[in-house]
Design a binder for this molecule. Structure first.
Ligand SMILES: Cc1cc2nc3c(=O)[nH]c(=O)nc-3n(C[C@H](O)[C@H](O)[C@H](O)COP(=O)(O)OP(=O)(O)OC[C@H]3O[C@@H](n4cnc5c(N)ncnc54)[C@H](O)[C@@H]3O)c2cc1C
Length: 531
């Protein structure tokens, strides 16, 4: 329920709705876009960044939070860990979200023995939180070429062409695979896949399942994992370090058994890192839409092993994170709400950006409004702008929001906010890691036998990921990484060592880098205190 102070502001939104309805806001020119981003987007705030002093990306810019972790020692006493492998397998997959589960299924399909180890339970991930949908060029008015152009453009042409090409070309086949497994994407009246446009996309290309797309897909994939006889699942077992052999090739990982509070080692012919992104590092103090496991562990582990990172100074702040009520701050309101006509409205009842601009531009515009005093302040002192959801209900028909966004509708009804009658107060929330560990088309990193898929990987989305491209990317590169990793099953893994970690530590010491942080983080501080 909204307090009186916010109800006064909502009255302004209600009073201006009729006038705003027919209003056309021009799209930004590229010069305007550039100016807006440089001035207001968090990626351009120099105070939030510094250059790395060590490793394959020495000299590159990244956030203080990531630099702190990459320049830190681990909190483990490595000399006390037994490196005698307790388990030996062909493919070790780390991470039980969409990318990891897909990699495990495809590796197993090639006859490889697979261990899938994850921090909490399989499925506990950003993937199950994905709301709005997935891109794939399945509509007759669309093509992989258009999808390629849209993705490159959204990413400011900083994405790697060969990776983008791979993703968009594999898209239709990935949809077919999911359909064959039983994923029940929404259909139109004629029974075809229902597709729609979204910010920065030129063709109807988003497919979804209500507003719980990720949850539905993961339910199906989890069943497949349980059926897979060649896949051993280890839950509550986060990876805390990779292992390497005498040639610096990856050959396993040290895991931490959260239940028994002990470390153990798994040896493998190939490792797929699929531990997701880093939203829970809360860069520059931003709220986050991410699950608690998203602490950037993949970057830390791979970097110590020598892997090169790509685009690790670029992050996505989703324009519409919840700003009220306080306990929901950071929770995502799907972009589909804007695609379907939800307007962004400041405290004066004015629109200030075309809502179909890319996410980075919408976020920068919201930050501008709030910094220039046009925002709306909550009793807790937080500032945001309104997302006019009642306008969607008005234009699409009574009952639409409840039908189209059942999950969001229910969540807000619990706090006595009926989104068909009341707008939502929103502000950008840290949502996605645009960069990550550099991969090639097979998902392999610059460290041999170390593969990466999903949000942990870098090079695909350039400086801004388009809506729906992450769900596609995790299945495309999860599949590719799983297949390629399985082909290493006849290779000789060699001795399991932490040589790369000791060399990294020596380098830290010789550069006189000392850090208060330890890494990997595994859990955000506010969770650790409750464990
Ligand atoms: C609220 C929300 C809505 C979204 N909506 C969409 C959408 O509509 N469309 C879209 O395309 N994208 C969307 N995204 C983005 C997309 O869901 C994610 O980028 C994607 O699912 C990431 O998949 P992943 O498998 O790489 O990582 P995740 O799904 O996050 O899985 C990573 C797994 O690794 C585990 N893990 C972490 N650290 C370790 C460790 N050290 N050892 C072992 N395991 C570890 C985690 O616990 C987790 O299980 C959304 C994201 C969020 C947060």
């Amino acid at each position: 329920m909204y307090p009186d102070s916010l109800c006064d502001s909502i009255a302004i939104v209600d009073a201006t709705r009729e006038k705003r309805k027919g209003e056309e806001l021009l799209r930004l020119t590229s010069a305007e876009m550039e100016g807006l981003l440089r001035r207001y987007h968090p990626d351009y705030r120099e105070a939030g960044f510094r250059n790395l002093r060590i490793g394959a990306n020495r000299g590159d810019r990244t956030t203080h939070e990531i630099a702190d972790l990459l320049e830190a020692f681990s909190n483990l006493d490595h000399s006390k860990i037994s490196l005698e492998p307790e388990f030996d397998t062909d493919v070790l997959v780390l991470g039980g979200g969409g990318a990891g589960v897909t990699a495990a299924l495809f590796a197993e399909s090639m006859g490889a023995r697979v261990i899938l180890a994850t921090k909490l339970r399989v499925g506990n991930s950003n993937t199950i939180m994905a709301l709005g949908g997935m891109q794939a060029s399945v509509h007759e008015d669309d093509s992989p070429v258009r999808h390629f152009a849209d993705t490159m453009g959204a990413g400011k042409f900083a994405g790697k062409r060969e990776l983008v090409k791979t993703m968009v070309e594999d898209g239709p086949a990935i949809v077919k695979w999911l359909l064959e497994l039983g994923v029940d994407f929404d259909r139109d009246e004629e029974g075809n896949l229902a597709t729609r446009k979204a910010g920065g996309i030129t063709a109807p290309r988003i497919i979804s399942i209500g507003d719980y797309t990720g949850l539905n897909i993961m339910k199906v994939l989890k069943d497949e994992i349980r059926k897979g006889e060649g896949i051993e699942v280890m839950e509550f077992a986060p990876a805390v370090e990779l292992t390497t052999n005498g040639f610096g090739e990856c050959n396993g990982a040290v895991l931490f058994d959260l239940g028994r509070k002990r470390h153990f080692t798994v040896r493998a012919r190939a490792v797929v890192l699929a531990t997701g992104g880093s939203g829970r590092l809360h860069f520059q103090g931003f709220p986050s839409s991410n699950n608690f496991g998203a602490t950037g562990d993949a970057i830390v582990l791979a970097y110590r092993a020598g892997a090169r990172l790509e685009g690790i100074d670029s992050f996505q702040y989703h324009p519409t994170g919840v700003m009220f009520p306080d306990h929901m701050v950071g929770v995502l309101v799907t972009e589909a709400a804007r695609s379907l006509g939800g307007q962004l409205v400041n405290g004066k009842g004015e629109r200030f950006i075309n809502e179909l601009e890319t996410r980075d531009a919408c976020s920068a515009a919201i930050i501008r409004e709030c910094e220039e005093g046009n925002g709306v302040r909550t009793p807790a002192g937080k500032v945001g702008v309104w997302l006019d959801t009642p306008l969607i209900e008005e234009t699409q028909g009574k009952g639409f929001l409840k039908r189209r966004f059942p999950s969001m509708y229910r969540h807000f009804m619990r706090v006595k906010i009926d989104i068909s009658k009341r707008p939502l107060l929103t502000y950008p929330t840290l949502h996605y890691q645009n960069g990550g560990i550099l991969i090639d088309e097979k998902g392999e990193t610059t460290v041999r036998n170390l593969f990466t898929a999903g949000e942990a990987a870098g090079g695909i989305h350039g400086r801004n990921r388009a809506m729906g491209n992450s769900l596609l990317d995790i299945f495309v590169f999860g599949r590719r990484a799983g297949l390629a990793a399985a082909k290493r099953k006849y290779s000789e893994p060699g001795n399991v060592t932490l040589g790369h970690v000791y060399r990294y530590y020596d380098r830290l010491k010789s550069l006189r880098i000392s850090s208060v942080a330890t890494s990997p983080t595994l859990f955000p501080e506010f969770i650790v205190s409750k464990l």
